[in-house]
Ligand binder design. Sequence first.
Ligand SMILES: [Zn+2]
Length: 272
Amino acid sequence: MPKTNKVSIETRRYTGYNPVTRLVDIHSHVYEFEEKELRSILDKLKDIVIVGVSDDLESAERLISLASRFDQIVPCLGLHPWSVKNREESISEAYRIIELAINNNIKCFGEIGLDTKFVPETIEAQRQVFRIFLEAARDNNMFVNLHTAGTWEEVFNLLVKYDVAAANLHWYTGPLSLLKDIEAQGFTISINPAIKIQRKHQEVVRKAPLEIMLTESDSPYEYRGMRLTPLMITDVLEKIAMIKEVDVEYVKQVVWDNFRKKYLYYFKDWIG
Ligand SMILES: [Zn+2]
């Protein structure tokens, strides 16, 4: 039986930070940018918090270095489902990533998750790796930044089963019927710049309450010819405001409040 994580209840009330409204990019592979480009992006976005994710052990190490040097970047370490190949090697890499996170006071795992849409052939190995991360997230009271392509319900059920306290389902294009369960569990979804052209993502925004929404870039991924960058977060806010028929400043405030109330705690040792 999963044990109840009592610490998590207190962490959700964490407010020990000046609540000035900032932009939020909850999911970016910042380590993939050339440092010159990254500096130029960060110069233009002084008030942003970028939650960096990594894809394997090597990128985890690079991300730790970036998060140590740039105030706006905070780290999540993970093994991306697309990086899971050989089962034994991936399991040992997962344990090394977990150890690296714990040794560096990092309280977030990501990008982790399951994918039956793009890499169905490795799903069994993915499941083993993912369970290792979920156990570690539960035992160490950590936030998880999730990839859920084609596996939205399975991932959601595992989060509940493993008693994970804090979870964001990134670039959510899953069933609309699951949104109320995500809300009831206190989890969030994040909205990607793809909102400009991706119908399914627009439907999600129409249906989901603002209180479970965050903004993300998933940069520097390229989607249908659009190279994603954190500079697009303001476009995402504008598009959400348009769909919800509310003021863009209001959306910015709600997104920041969602981040501050649910996840800021997990980055308190890193935030600038
Ligand atoms: Zn990603």
